[in-house]
Design a protein around this ligand. Structure first.
Ligand SMILES: *[C@@H]1O[C@H](CO)[C@@H](O)[C@H](O)[C@H]1NC(C)=O
Ligand SMILES: *[C@@H]1O[C@H](CO)[C@@H](O)[C@H](O)[C@H]1NC(C)=O
Ligand SMILES: *[C@@H]1O[C@H](CO)[C@@H](O)[C@H](O)[C@H]1NC(C)=O
Length: 323
């Protein structure tokens, strides 16, 4: 019911913003910026204000919202970050929860928040879209964004929460993942990657940067794995060890912080430090970690956490460029 009302609100917003989008395309100003995509040279209106768009993918009506820096320049190729919401949610909520459109996090990035079918992403036993359908949507979405906006193709990233984090991993384990520079999941439910190094995961390259943040006290997506709401989830240490093998990371170091509440594990992969990273917050539940109380922390019935996922994820992305 909540998700249904959200879709109505989103649809209302769609109508009011479609006209704005149509007006914002100015094909007469096309020019190519060095290293940028076909969308370089296209001017846009209402920069700094999140706008809702729709597209058709695999015969389905799909949608997303996009946030440009307020000083967006159509001749400058920007890093692109896709942010995938959790279950029973929409992109606008993930945007509000994480604050990722704020200039503190993305003054020089384009943020895109795709919407899942039925408020979820593929991979769970309750998902309405199949894995090929949602991966096709990601591919079609990237094509549309590259054609309409000025994107640095070597700096495309994906992050997400809960099933959105799980879907980020599904992308990383697929051919479509080859278009991305790095991935980061918060409280991820890895339904499609629960059976070993090669079971259900064929990354497009190795190493492929991956970061995960998880609460040691998550009551929904248990740190120790097991049956979850939408299927069987791997134990987080097992899942990390699979990525360590996929990424050829022979060694790791653990940094213990905040009086032992937080453990930061960093792997060296193929000679590169930090390609695989994990943050475990012992007393954290199922949420997007934030040092200032966010909506998912309120919903999880807890206070702010010692670490800030949005800061950690964006700093992680800044270290990596697609080879
Ligand atoms: C936009 O503002 C940000 C943050 O102040 C700055 O880093 C960036 O260079 C500016 N971009 C342009 C195109 O002026
Ligand atoms: C989904 O999987 C979970 C965990 O295996 C199980 O408890 C639940 O009954 C399943 N639901 C459906 C609709 O299959
Ligand atoms: C870190 O590396 C050690 C030594 O290879 C290994 O035993 C341990 O399982 C690794 N830690 C994690 C969390 O995978």
């Amino acid at each position: 019911m909540v998700a249904h009302n959200l879709r109505i609100a989103a649809a209302t917003f769609l109508v009011s913003t479609t006209l704005a989008f149509a007006a914002s395309l100015d094909v007469t100003q096309r020019a190519t910026a060095a290293g940028g995509t076909a969308g370089c040279g296209t001017t846009h209106l209402f920069n700094g204000i999140t706008q809702y768009h729709s597209l058709t993918s695999g015969g389905r009506d799909r949608s997303y919202s996009i946030h440009l820096p307020s000083n967006y320049s159509e001749t400058k190729p920007y890093p692109l970050v896709l942010g995938f919401h959790g279950s029973s949610s929409i992109g606008f909520f993930f945007e509000a929860d994480t604050g990722l459109s704020g200039s503190k996090y993305s003054a020089d990035k384009i943020m895109v928040y795709p919407n899942g079918v039925g408020g979820a992403w593929a991979g769970a036993n309750y998902s309405e879209a199949t894995v090929p359908e949602d991966l096709g949507f990601v591919s079609d979405l990237l094509d549309e964004i590259r054609a309409g906006w000025c994107i640095d193709n070597s700096r495309i990233y994906a992050t997400g929460l809960s099933i959105g984090g799980g879907f980020v991993n599904t992308i990383a384990c697929s051919e479509v993942g080859g278009q991305f520079a790095a991935f980061a999941a918060g409280s991820g439910s890895f339904y499609t990657d629960n059976s070993g190094v090669t079971g259900g995961c064929t990354p497009a390259r190795s190493p492929i940067p991956m970061l995960e943040i998880h609460g040691g006290s998550d009551p929904d997506v248990h740190y120790a794995g097991g049956p979850g709401e939408g299927g069987v989830e791997p134990a987080i240490p097992d899942w990390l060890s699979w990525w360590a093998q996929r990424n050829k990371c022979p060694s790791n170091t653990t940094e213990t912080l905040f009086n032992g509440d937080v453990q930061h594990i960093v792997w060296e992969c193929n000679g590169v430090e930090g390609v695989l990273q994990h943050w475990k917050v012992d007393d954290m539940g199922h949420c997007w970690a934030s040092t200032t109380l966010d909506f998912s922390e309120i919903a999880a019935g807890q206070g702010p956490t010692p670490i800030d996922a949005s800061t950690i994820v964006m700093a992680f992305f800044d270290q990596f460029t697609k080879p």
